[in-house]
Design a protein around this ligand. Structure first.
Ligand code: GDP
Length: 461
């Protein structure tokens, strides 16, 4: 149990209708009582709300509502108080000062959640999903974070871990009876279990690509020769959708990403600098620049004016940009402008088919809004295809790495069995696998990992 009582602003910094300060620790209620003019808080039941005033000595600071949560029925499992005050940053600061004067200390980033973890209320992956939930910007990422908060990934892994743990116990028992040459652990059943674990781990690992796509958004690059219609398409796509123009930290000003939401999934249109301003769009985009852009992308939307007869440059560019894990959608543009667009499209399709690896081909007009829905459907389909069979989705790089290490450890155990390696070594490899599986929920971890995870939280969480 932590002895310190911590306090922090739990709401966003800035003016709001109300602000909330959170206090947690053994002395939380006593400390609040000392600066509260109202009922005696230490005499109140858990989960009750009380009206009164926060005072600094004789001076009234604000009229507040105070909620009381008694251990262990609180987020941190400690005695906790939430003070709702009139949402001025200055009042918040004054209240924190009074709390500190009376024995609390300022919480560090993520310290409330860290206490919830340390006190066994949530496991590590759940703590991380709280951070994800707070950061969620779209439906898909909210749903996945919420599912993990409910313990999705930990449950799936803990079942496997327990089965494996049984085997480890049996194998270790064999070590105790080494002289007698007995086999308590049925090797065939062990191999079967390992196969089951391996396939489960594989499906979780595979889900990371989808998880990443919904957490960070799918990166889409729009490329094409000058005048192919890139900026017109960008504007048309963003017209109906909520567009977020953001300067991504640490990059130059001309790296601009705009976000398009389709069916609850986010698509980041990467490096659209210039595309928004039509006059800049004339600037030719060289192969090097295009490659840089596409290197960051999951999906390439390549535009070709349907009236184009000489495809040499486009073919060269597409061949240069194609890679195995890049989804290519080629859009023949301006179909409203030409007669017999279908005929022209067919001729282009033939050339592309023989020279360009697997791709989708669409005919669109951004200006007249023809078939833009097809393009959106194609983008959605890309995300749908990433969905794995597992109903739990991995979104966290740390979990992904632990799963990779776990599956490597499982391979080693299988190899050890195939080569009939000594029981000692087998037990060692099994323990190793158990440890990596335990890293996800935080059963095996170290201070550095914990510090790293919780420092990314905001103060007050
Ligand atoms: P970018 O250089 O690839 O960004 O191309 P723009 O989007 O600036 O388009 C070049 C020219 O083609 C502009 O005059 C657009 O109005 C026109 N344009 C773009 N898309 C369409 C389309 O779907 N139909 C027609 N008729 N004109 C288009």
């Amino acid at each position: 149990m932590n002895q310190d009582t911590i306090c922090a602003l739990a709401t966003a910094n800035g003016i709001g209708a109300i602000g909330i300060i959170r206090v947690s620790g053994e002395q939380a209620i006593e400390i609040c009582e000392k600066c509260f003019d109202g009922k005696a808080l230490t005499q109140q039941k858990s989960h009750t709300v009380h009206y009164g005033f926060i005072k600094d000595g004789d001076e009234v600071i604000d009229e507040v509502m105070v909620s009381i949560f008694l251990a262990p029925k609180s987020f941190t499992t400690e005695n906790s108080v939430e003070i709702s005050f009139h949402g001025s940053p200055h009042i918040g600061k004054r209240i924190l000062e009074v709390l500190i004067k009376n024995g609390a200390r300022m919480a560090k980033a993520g310290e409330f959640t860290m206490r919830a973890f340390m006190n066994g209320r949530i496991d590590l992956s759940q703590a991380e999903s709280i951070a994800d939930l707070i950061a969620s910007e779209n439906e898909a990422s909210r749903k996945v974070a919420l599912q993990q908060l409910k313990g999705g990934i930990s449950q799936e892994i803990s079942v496997l871990r327990n089965d494996l743990l049984n085997f480890v116990s049996l194998i270790e028992l064999e070590l105790d009876f080494a002289e007698e040459d007995v086999e308590f652990a049925d090797r065939t059943a062990l191999v079967q279990l390992l196969q089951k674990i391996e396939s489960k781990l594989k499906s979780l690992i595979d889900s990371f690509q989808y998880g990443n796509a919904i957490k960070s958004g799918v990166a889409v690059a729009i490329i094409g020769k000058p005048n192919a219609g890139k900026s017109t398409l960008l504007n048309a796509l963003l017209k109906e959708e909520r567009a977020i123009v953001s300067d991504i930290a640490g990059t130059t000003r001309d790296t601009i990403e705009e976000v398009l939401h389709i069916k609850g999934n986010a698509f980041r249109l990467i490096d659209t600098a210039g595309l928004r301003e039509t006059e800049d769009a004339i600037e030719a985009i060289g192969v090097v620049k295009a490659k840089e852009k596409v290197a960051k992308a999951d999906v390439l939307v390549y535009l070709i004016d349907v009236a184009t007869t000489d495809l040499k440059d486009d073919l060269a560019m597409l061949q240069e940009l194609a890679r195995e894990d890049l989804k290519i959608i080629i859009c023949l543009t301006k179909i409203d402008e030409v007669d017999e667009a279908d005929q022209k499209a067919k001729a282009i399709a033939k050339t592309l088919q023989s020279d360009i690896p697997s791709h989708e081909l669409l005919q669109i007009s951004a200006k007249e809004n023809i078939h833009l829905q097809d393009l959106k459907d194609e983008l959605s389909t890309y995300v749908e295809h990433l969905k794995s069979e597992s109903n739990v989705v991995i979104t966290n790089q740390r979990h992904y790495e632990s799963l990779q290490k776990s599956i490597d450890a499982v391979y080693k155990v299988k190899e050890a069995i195939t080569h009939q390696i000594s029981t000692e070594l087998l037990a060692y490899e099994l323990r190793n696998a158990l440890e990596h599986l335990g890293e996800i929920s935080g059963e095996f971890t170290n201070d550095e990992v914990l510090g790293n995870i919780f420092s990314k939280f905001c103060i007050g969480k």
